[in-house]
Write a protein that binds this ligand. Structure first.
Ligand SMILES: Cc1cc2nc3c(=O)[nH]c(=O)nc-3n(C[C@H](O)[C@H](O)[C@H](O)COP(=O)(O)OP(=O)(O)OC[C@H]3O[C@@H](n4cnc5c(N)ncnc54)[C@H](O)[C@@H]3O)c2cc1C
Length: 464
């Protein structure tokens, strides 16, 4: 056998499972088709860590509660930015406001602590700047915001340092059951293994039973508008306002900007979305809008399908808006199932730590001086908007599973994500990436194959 376990897909769940399994004396590989792990995790630096209160489905609620509970320890261990937040859920109409009592009682039955029903006056104490007239609200102290791709990359880095073999740019074409274990066929190789953990969306492989086809519900749209700090007079709580047609959510990002997510049956135009934000807060500074995106909204059940576990196959299916929240729980459950089917022990030399990471702009002046004395490249700012140094960009490339694309640098350092959207720093970053990876600058890609940023060189200079 080439491997004890093959993990298919290097999204956040694949990377988290690789981390959990790397604690055991197993020979593990993870296969990912893209240049980078976690490339499909949305490029928004803040996801909500949900608390299970809003879930209609009891099983999804349990996964959210378990993941939420595990988040403090994991983020602390990996130095991943995570902030606990208070949240208010408000139903706009009188008719709907009765539903809030039902959700409150359901949450209590589910054993969720630190949730309260608030009347009109108490809502004002928590969020004095709200511009709508409501009777009551549900208040929770359990939610949080986290940078989802930093969490995914951290899981991957620690798994890599503990011996997981990451095979990037390799696409799984088929998974076949063989007399002992499985054969996984990729565009580059054929591997055999005892067990497969498949996190690739869809049921396209021979091993999947035709009956297990999942039906995806994604008839809703998410319209995101990102505002810079100070665009609203808000207290920084997570606020959900629900009416018959739409749901609007405000949350502060890890950097203190404000993210508005408008869920509806349709995509909204820029002006419409902006006017929605004005309905809720008295003063919104439209000049502070820094980004506007559309995405599909998913609320499909996540299933850890172990119906073929006797043969050695587990598949994680489904797409859900709270998948980041559930990830630590899903990875732990999948790992326990795999480990109980294999004869293996916990590793004695497992290192449960992420290599040091320096975020220059977050350091004190003395720490900055110490860092520059250690490596002069931390003294050279490359991205002026986000204050990212050359040292951080080089570290992002040289780290375990380091960045090979511009998107990879963005996600690891925050460079290019500022006001100028890279017009000042993009050429410099391309040059650094080319130098560090020993490539021509015209070979540097945005994220995927053929997404080259520079199509041709007009003169043969060594740098730009
Ligand atoms: C706009 C948006 C906002 C969100 N907000 C939140 C939030 O606030 N809170 C929250 O908890 N969650 C949130 N989520 C959910 C969460 O970000 C995603 O659901 C999650 O990243 C999916 O992780 P995954 O690992 O299951 O799937 P994926 O990231 O899709 O992982 C699958 C991986 O498999 C790889 N792959 C596919 N085919 C192959 C193949 N043939 N061979 C090899 N590899 C392959 C893909 O490249 C990918 O890397 C949000 C999602 C979106 C889109």
């Amino acid at each position: 056998m080439d491997y004890d376990v093959l993990i298919l897909g290097g999204g956040i769940i694949g990377c988290a499972a690789a981390y959990e399994l790397s604690k055991y004396s197993l020979n593990i590989a993870l296969i990912e088709k893209d240049y980078d792990i976690a490339d499909d995790v949305a490029l928004i630096n803040s996801s909500i860590v949900y608390d299970g209160v809003e879930c209609e489905d009891n099983l999804m609620c349990k996964l959210e509660i378990m993941g939420n509970y595990m988040m403090n320890e994991i983020t602390k261990k990996f130095n991943v930015p995570f902030e606990r937040k208070d949240s208010l859920t408000i139903f706009e109409s009188d008719y709907q406001s009765k539903k809030i009592q039902y959700i409150y009682e359901r949450a209590k039955k589910r054993g969720i602590k630190d949730i309260y029903m608030l009347d009109k006056n108490s809502i004002g104490d928590i969020e004095p700047n709200l511009n709508i007239n409501v009777k009551n609200a549900l208040y929770s102290k359990n939610k949080g915001v986290i940078c989802p791709y930093d969490l995914a990359i951290a899981y991957g880095e620690v798994a890599f340092d503990n011996g997981v073999n990451f095979k990037l740019e390799e696409e799984v074409l088929d998974i076949q059951k063989i007399s002992k274990g499985f054969r996984v066929i990729t565009n580059k190789n054929k591997f055999t293994c005892n067990m497969v953990l498949n996190t690739i969306p869809g049921d396209i492989y021979t091993v999947n039973s035709p009956l297990e086809k999942s039906i995806e519900k994604n008839n809703k749209k998410l319209n995101f508008m990102l505002f810079k700090k100070g665009a609203f007079n808000s207290s920084g709580n997570i606020i959900n306002i629900i009416n018959d047609n739409e749901e609007i959510q405000y949350s502060n990002t890890i950097q203190g900007d404000i993210l508005l997510a408008l869920k509806s049956n349709r995509s909204f135009q820029y002006e419409e979305t902006l006017s929605k934000s004005k309905l809720l807060f008295n003063q919104v500074d439209h000049k502070k809008v820094s980004a506007f995106y559309h995405w599909s909204y998913y609320e499909n059940k996540i299933i850890i399908d172990d119906s073929l576990i006797d043969k050695g196959y587990i598949k994680v299916t489904g797409k859900h808006y709270g998948q980041v929240t559930m990830t630590p729980a899903i990875a732990k459950i999948a790992c326990e199932t795999i480990v109980s089917n294999l004869n293996c022990m916990l590793k004695k030399d497992f290192v449960d730590k992420r290599r040091e990471i320096y975020r220059f702009k977050e350091l004190s002046n003395n720490e900055k001086i110490d860092l520059i004395n250690m490596d002069k490249k931390y003294g050279k700012i490359i991205c002026n908007c986000k204050h990212v140094t050359e040292g951080e960009i080089i570290d992002a490339i040289r780290r375990p599973l380091g960045a090979r694309t511009i998107e990879g640098i963005k996600r690891r350092t925050g460079a290019i994500l500022g006001d100028c959207q890279g017009s000042y720093c993009l050429d410099k970053i391309i040059s650094i990436l080319a130098r560090e990876t020993n490539k021509n600058i015209s070979d540097i890609v945005k994220d995927s194959k053929n997404s080259n940023i520079l199509s041709v060189r007009i003169k043969q200079f060594n740098s730009m």
